[in-house]
Design a protein around this ligand. Structure first.
Ligand SMILES: [Zn+2]
Length: 346
């Protein structure tokens, strides 16, 4: 029969339907010893032993599910001494390792999938007080604009061809000021681009770094796309850092430059479904940043291969002495010698 060592005697009656405390991990290594561990760093917080019967302790944790009565648990274990079992469960209940299943409120399944469900719900209900500038081609730009508006972002502005998609009575506004001013005024910028051709991304990146406005870059090629990096100026890599690192990895850097400085062919653009995927991820990355100040694509990038249906995530590291975002001026003396700082007395 299960024995609870150093049991001081239960102070509370055994709960009608015992539930193993969800924060406790049961460990049963040899069938006769059950450790109930509250935290992997603490070691066993409580141990039950049964020298006589191998079957009971190994099966017990699963049956403490808050729906079974103690008599039913004993019957399923084929264990005759219901009072001994009740006494062992009482000792666990007394130490909060077992809860009263009838009084525990069951959390909804929805909560398991959300990092901070209450925060998301509250912000969604109240709306998000922010100005987001969306720059990009008409179709993916329109997806992002509408999704941000529908989620409750208070001020969504559109620049580039994306502005053509706006319905003026729709709570969205065209960006009418010069791009540098619009970027400075925005709390967040989403810049979409169809590759090849990245001149506009480099321009927006420069404005964003200058104005210290967070910027999310997303690109769409015919059968591939990227979301990220989300650039937090002076903290994470900028678009120029990213582009320079890409170029350094290209087998033919000159052809890489030629490819990116060419223009996208409107006749052979990506499928609308691909654009929808990239736009959706870009919207989620933007909302995540606005809600939490962080996100999956801050300092990293998701790459989608629509041909092979693969997705991968890579870090994008800051480039030392990047001409755009490094505060260290190029050409200044990098090495300081002893004579520069100390002049020996004559
Ligand atoms: Zn940079």
């Amino acid at each position: 029969m299960p024995e609870a060592p150093d049991s001081e005697g239960p102070d509370r009656d055994c709960p009608e339907r015992p539930l193993l405390n969800p924060t406790v991990t049961p460990l049963c290594r040899d069938g006769r010893t059950l450790h109930l561990v509250a935290n992997p760093m603490n070691g066993p917080s409580y141990t039950l032993r049964d020298e006589d019967d191998e079957r009971v302790l190994a099966k017990l944790p699963v049956l403490l599910d808050g729906t079974r009565r103690v008599e039913n648990i004993a019957r399923e274990l084929e264990y005759d001494d219901v009072d001994a079992l009740r006494s062992a469960i009482e000792a666990l209940y007394d130490r909060n390792l077992v809860l009263d299943g009838a009084s525990v409120e069951r959390p909804s399944v929805v909560g398991y999938a959300a990092l901070k469900p209450t925060m998301l719900e509250e912000r969604a209900r109240d709306g998000i007080e922010a100005t987001v500038l969306v720059i990009g081609p008409e179709r993916p730009g329109a997806y992002v604009l509408n999704d941000l508006r529908d989620y409750g972002v208070s001020n969504v502005r559109a620049s580039g061809a994306a502005a053509n998609a706006l319905d003026r009575d729709d709570g969205l506004a065209p960006a009418t000021d010069p791009l540098a001013d619009e970027v400075e005024r925005a709390g967040f910028v989403v810049a979409l681009e169809r590759l090849p051709g990245d001149a506009r991304l480099r321009e927006v990146n420069e404005f964003a770094v200058e104005a210290e406005t967070p910027l999310l870059v997303a690109t769409i090629d015919r059968t591939a796309g990227t979301v990220g990096p989300t650039i937090v100026p002076n903290q994470t890599a900028c678009y120029d850092c990213y582009r320079t690192r890409l170029r350094a990895n290209a087998s033919d850097p000159d052809r890489f430059d030629a490819y990116l400085s060419g223009g996208a062919d409107p006749e052979t653009g990506p499928l609308e479904a691909f654009e929808r995927i990239i736009a959706s991820y870009a919207t989620l990355a933007c909302l995540n940043y606005l809600l939490s100040g962080a996100g999956l694509t801050v300092g990293s990038q998701l790459t989608f291969d629509f041909f092979e249906w693969s997705i991968e995530s890579n870090d994008v590291l800051k480039l030392p002495r990047c001409p755009c975002c490094s505060r260290v001026e190029l050409g200044h003396q990098r090495f300081v010698e002893l004579e520069d700082v100390w002049e020996p007395e004559q």
